[in-house]
Design a protein. Structure first.
Length: 262
């Protein structure tokens, strides 16, 4: 579905933001780009739909070099969700969700049906939410509208840039589970950026760990946990293990109050 071959991105500052990165994403796979801020993961994501142009290298989507696609058509064919959500404040929920189908020239009856189906899918009953504006929604509701908008043109590929990062923990967990269901239901191909190790482990089919613009390790969550092969990757994987150990200690402490605190 997606192939990146020796992708580089350099700015005037010297060191490349992305340096000789190559990987592929299979149809239906959810691949997470994981790493600290500034590692190049978001730059890489934006190059897939040409929000940023690579300095060198080749990117293919569905077997076609993205440079040979019309930029507007390419972006309309790819669902894109990011942390800032980016809903149009002067538009209603229905208008926000239906904007891409409208630009594609769909008849209004088809747009209305699509919008209502997608709002139901993301657990926003159309009768209650179609005519609301973004400022009448909570952060979690706005993100749900963002997912519905990204799905409106039935994309086979979705790009997610820290889509859950600004949400409270309960809403974040709920939306992660809901998106996992959507991913399975529609057999979407997904490339997702996060710096949250736990989120990557819970959601990904495969994790690509980046640092300083390069790939350090690629593998399934189980492979990275059992065989990190790199000191930085091992440090990342140690974080959720340590949290689990602390939580288990707290649970045992609650059951056995005479035990020493962790």
């Amino acid at each position: 579905m997606v192939i990146l071959d020796k992708i580089c991105k350099s700015y005037n500052s010297g060191r490349p933001a992305v340096d000789q990165v190559s990987f592929s994403v299979e149809a239906g796979e959810l691949v997470v780009l994981l790493g600290e801020s500034g590692c190049g993961k978001t730059t890489l994501l934006k190059m897939i739909n040409r929000l940023i142009e690579p300095t060198s290298g080749r990117i293919e989507v569905n077997g076609q070099d993205v440079r040979e696609s019309r930029t507007v058509e390419l972006r309309r064919s790819i669902g894109y969700v990011f942390q800032g959500i980016g809903l149009f404040p002067h538009m209603t929920v229905a208008e926000n969700v239906g904007i891409t189908p409208r630009l594609l020239g769909w008849p209004q009856e088809k747009i209305t049906k699509c919008v209502d189906e997608l709002l139901d899918l993301v657990h926003l009953p159309p009768g209650d939410y179609r005519q609301r504006t973004p400022d009448e929604l909570s952060g979690g509701q706005q993100q749900r509208v963002g997912f519905a908008r990204a799905l409106a043109a039935s994309p086979s590929l979705m790009l997610l840039d820290e889509p859950f990062g600004a949400l409270d923990p309960v809403t974040r967990d709920r939306l992660q589970q809901e998106f996992a269901e959507i991913h399975r239901k529609f057999e979407l191909t997904v490339v997702m950026v996060t710096h949250d190790v736990g989120e990557a482990l819970l959601m990904a089919d495969r994790i690509i760990v980046m640092r300083d613009g390069r790939i350090l390790r690629s593998g399934t969550p189980g492979e990275l946990l059992s065989d990190p092969q790199d000191g930085y990757v091992a440090e990342l994987m140690a974080t959720p293990r340590r949290h689990i150990e602390i939580l288990e200690s707290l649970i045992h402490q609650d059951k056995n109050p005479n035990l020493p605190s962790p």
